[in-house]
Design a protein. Structure first.
Length: 251
């Protein structure tokens, strides 16, 4: 499978988290980096997107050589990069496309312009099998604070399903809800005493890998959440900010 995402120097999120989560499920990770970042475990300071033409060349060279079954998309960095990814996806024969719409950093920095969010909604969402937003992200993408309406609007774009995560919500338990053609399924998880930098990347990447292995959507969603919960539980705090997941807790 292919992950298209940003580089995080801390190794907790981004392309490095994706690679470790994908390997943990037994898939081979191909990777293309959308942007470099200046960040630590407290916040993202700056993002440095790749030129879209360079990214396109890398993607087209890769897919001409290796058949890709599943694609996970994370931090994009610019509208030009997002358009490029959408153009390449239309040429690919990937069966599964999972989008983690990274619009902001855990430390609060905005990582997406209005133009970028528009491109995501208009060009990328119609190509996705599954999108994995948290509540602030789905509200921002849909342009409404009403969660039910936001879910309806995103599904209307043509995306296959939504796994709405609730880690950012002030609830005793964490509730993640899967909206798909099969109906609505809510998963509940014990809230751990610490969050983790890179939890969204870990969830989306492991879920994509499990779908690539042929698991049904609901089962893949449950197993990916369990894997992510364990990775956070056994995570560690290498710096002055958030903990990062321990993706190889099972080894």
């Amino acid at each position: 499978m292919l992950t298209i995402s940003g580089h995080d120097p801390t190794g907790g999120a981004g392309i490095q988290a994706d690679i470790q989560a994908i390997l943990s499920q037994g898939c081979h990770p191909c990777s293309v980096i959308t942007c470099l970042t200046t960040q630590d475990t407290t916040n993202v300071r700056q993002i440095h997107p790749q030129p879209a033409d360079t990214l396109r060349e890398q993607l087209e060279t890769l897919i001409a050589d290796i058949p890709i079954r599943a694609v996970k998309i994370g931090l994009l960095g610019s509208a030009a990069v997002a358009r490029c990814v959408a153009e390449v996806l239309r040429k690919m024969e990937a069966e599964i496309v999972v989008l983690d719409p990274v619009l902001g950093a855990g430390g609060g920095r905005n990582l997406a312009t209005e133009t970028l969010t528009n491109v995501i909604c208009e060009e990328l969402l119609p190509l996705t099998t599954l999108v994995t937003p948290n509540h602030p992200e789905i509200h921002r993408l849909a342009g409404t604070p009403n969660t039910a309406l936001a879910v309806e609007q995103l599904l209307a774009t043509g995306c296959g399903a939504i796994l709405l995560t609730g880690g950012d919500e002030p609830t005793p338990l964490i509730y993640n809800t899967l909206y798909s053609k099969g109906g609505v399924k809510t998963f509940s998880w014990e809230r751990l005493p610490h969050g983790a930098h890179g939890s969204g990347c870990t969830l989306a990447s492991s879920l994509t890998a499990l779908l690539a292995l042929g698991l049904p959507l609901e089962e893949a969603s449950r197993k990916a959440q369990q894997y992510t919960w364990n990775a956070i539980k056994y995570g560690f705090r290498p710096g002055k900010g958030q903990s990062i997941p321990y993706h190889l807790f099972w080894s």
